[in-house]
Design a protein around this ligand. Structure first.
Ligand code: KIV
Length: 425
């Protein structure tokens, strides 16, 4: 299993709130237990949350958003447990994860979030208020000036409690006026915010647009010489662009990404941790100016299964990285390629993410698109060798059966078919 695998990784820079220690390092902020749990139909018990948080820590997540403590006594209890258990343990590469709690921008929420996270070695409070014209006018019924004042007061209050690590999010940033964002973000950084998170709350932005937004914030808000705050992304998936937008954010200077396991989250979900992490691992060196993360990918599959099982949110079969078909091959041409060399149709070796296959298993699924080569190889794995004319005859029969089957022909069905074929002969 994953615990037995030693994975070579770049050393993780020291964690100091708001400080970039290595300009190439991108922090992973997992919000499976907060935004993920807000998926319609997903509820997790406190025990399940601690187990998931433990797995996230093994996976190398830098910051775990453990919940929204004011939402319910259960939420507060879960955040407190995670802070005490996971937030006080040194994990594999010597890292103690940051434990974060969400709060609206008011004193009651913030005090409650602090009550949850303060037991961790590295506690963080995440506070937010909406900044888009639509949200300010219809939801908050506040003027932009009022919103700036509330945000600044909230950050100062969090700081007054003794919290050194404060994240601020202008909700619906994707539809906010950039100039107003610069103004409110500068004000909260001056007040003590160490991470400024940019949520595309309704998943509205296109990648270029979101990248430009991050670039503008970097140029207009961050004082590079003071190294005073880290920019973060939080991309929802309403247009299916959350991974692309998060990567555009990284390309333009974001050094924290918010994401969830299996991409669960409100409505169409959040950016998927496994997709972003594997994109950065596979392409970061060449395509993202050397960006890297502290993620140990060998725990990806195990964590994905755990989150799916506990939350009841099934993973679609063709989901990138963790779907049941992510390493399965049905077409004859692909199967032939895979049998010759696995890198023909797999860019990631499945064991990288903790999917351990037998040496001679290359994910070939026997179905109506399978070719003769795959059938021969499959039979070989089952200890059966047929002469060429027998194989040809059996292949025709197999194809007739496979055409009637959705979901492919299982090993047991293939064996039964072969037995029948031999008897007929
Ligand atoms: O989507 C959103 O805007 C959020 C914020 C609280 C970060 O979840």
């Amino acid at each position: 299993g994953p615990d037995d695998q030693k994975v070579q990784r770049n050393p993780r820079p020291e964690y100091i709130p708001g400080k970039i220690q290595d300009p190439r390092y991108v922090r992973v902020f997992d919000t499976t237990l907060r935004d993920g749990e807000q998926s319609p139909g997903a509820t997790l018990t406190s025990t399940e949350k601690v187990q998931i948080a433990t797995n996230l820590a093994k996976l190398g997540v830098d910051i775990i958003e453990a919940g929204f403590p004011i939402a319910s006594p259960d939420d507060l209890e879960a955040v407190r447990n995670i802070a005490k258990v996971v937030g006080n343990k040194v994990y594999e590469d010597g890292y103690v994860p940051v434990i974060c709690g969400l709060s609206r921008a008011n004193e009651k929420d913030i005090a409650c979030a602090w009550e949850g996270v303060r037991h961790a070695v590295r506690p963080r409070i995440h506070t937010f208020i909406a900044t888009s014209p639509i949200h300010m006018e219809y939801k908050l019924k506040k003027t932009p000036d009022e919103v700036v004042n509330i945000a600044v007061k909230a950050v100062k209050f969090a700081k007054s409690l003794g919290c050194e690590d404060i994240e601020f999010s202008p909700e619906d940033a994707g539809r906010s006026e950039p100039e107003f964002l610069y103004r409110i973000l500068k004000a909260v950084v001056d007040a003590g915010a160490t991470t400024i998170n940019i949520p595309d709350t309704v998943g509205f932005c296109l990648p270029d647009e979101f990248g430009r937004l991050i670039k503008g914030i970097k140029e207009n808000v961050i004082d590079v010489s003071a190294n005073d705050a880290i920019i973060s992304t939080h991309c929802q998936n309403d247009l299916g662009l959350s991974t692309a937008n998060s990567l555009a954010g990284i390309a333009n200077g974001a050094r924290q990404v918010e994401c969830t396991i299996n991409g669960i989250g409100e409505r169409a979900g959040n950016a998927s941790l496994e997709e972003i992490a594997m994109s950065v691992i596979m392409r970061g060196q060449n395509q993202l100016n050397g960006a890297y993360m502290g993620v140990n990918p060998v725990y990806i599959y195990q964590t994905s299964r755990m989150v799916s099982e506990y939350s009841g949110m099934l993973v679609q079969p063709h989901k990138a990285i963790v779907g049941a078909n992510a390493f399965a091959h049905e077409s004859g041409i692909h199967q032939d390629g895979m049998l010759k060399n696995k890198s023909t149709y797999e860019i990631i070796a499945p064991e990288t993410i903790g999917v351990f296959r037998d040496e001679d298993d290359c994910g070939v699924v026997m179905g109506k698109h399978s070719g003769r080569h795959a059938l021969k190889s499959k039979l070989g794995q089952m200890g059966v060798t047929l002469a060429d004319d027998q194989l040809n005859a059996f292949f025709d029969r197999f194809k007739l059966v496979a055409e009637t089957k959705t979901g492919g022909v299982s090993d047991v069905e293939l064996m039964a078919l072969l037995r029948d074929e031999m008897e007929v002969e």
